[in-house]
Design a protein around this ligand. Structure first.
Ligand code: GSH
Length: 202
């Protein structure tokens, strides 16, 4: 298997963490989808990373499909609960965390445009999504050890990647001060080898 990814994509990081947690060997092929010489559209018509190339050449996307595939592919360290209701609960956490990354990426890209072309109302709308989502994530986490309660799961991985992406792109957002529960979770996650070995380069 081969993972097509960049080292800064939070969606790709989620997949890389799942690979590490499940001890699945996978070649990493770095490809920046914004570069002129990218090959990503040859594998994903949407031109987005991550893409997982299976042994038979089948490309899998997006990150949510890939992580679910990987969780089934290796029966060790299950990251999604078996029970259907809990499983949907974990995937809802993932949807919320991925949504934070999507909103943050939109702002990051908008800020790369010439200043007079940047749409302040559009960026504010995205920022509000991030702040609302952080409130809900922190409140749902509360005093629990992990997002899903007692068990470490894909929900924690997705939330950890979203928080890591905020640190990378928007270090001025003081989410640790606003949400001590998130600070506690993030510190615990960063102790894991899967997280420390996939830290995005600054
Ligand atoms: N929902 C997708 C989002 C993937 C995504 O937006 N990836 C970004 C990099 S962080 C990308 O490849 N963007 C290139 C583009 O939009 O053309 C997933 O979970 O994999």
């Amino acid at each position: 298997m081969k993972l097509i990814a960049s080292l800064t994509s939070p969606f790709a990081r989620k997949v890389r963490i799942v690979l590490a947690e499940k001890h699945i060997e996978c070649e990493l092929q770095i490809d920046i989808p914004w570069d002129a010489d990218t090959h990503v559209p040859e594998f994903n018509p949407l031109g987005k990373i991550p893409v997982l190339l299976l042994e038979d050449g089948t490309p899998l996307y997006d990150s949510r499909v890939i992580v679910e595939y990987l969780d089934h592919a290796a029966p060790v360290h299950n990251l999604l609960p078996k029970d259907a209701r809990s499983r949907i609960g974990a995937k809802r956490w993932e949807a919320l965390a991925d949504g934070v990354c999507e909103a943050a990426a939109i702002i990051f890209l908008e800020k790369k445009r010439p200043e007079q072309q940047q749409d302040a109302a559009w960026m504010l709308r995205q920022e509000q999504k991030i702040f609302r989502a952080l409130e809900v994530i922190a409140s749902d986490l509360g005093d629990h050890v992990w997002c899903m309660g007692d068990n470490y799961s894909l929900a924690d991985i997705a939330v950890g990647c979203a928080l890591g992406y905020l640190d990378l792109r928007f270090p001025h957002i003081k989410w640790r001060e606003a949400h001590p529960a998130l600070a506690r979770l993030s510190a615990k996650l960063n102790e894991r080898a899967s997280f420390s070995s996939t830290m995005p380069p600054v």
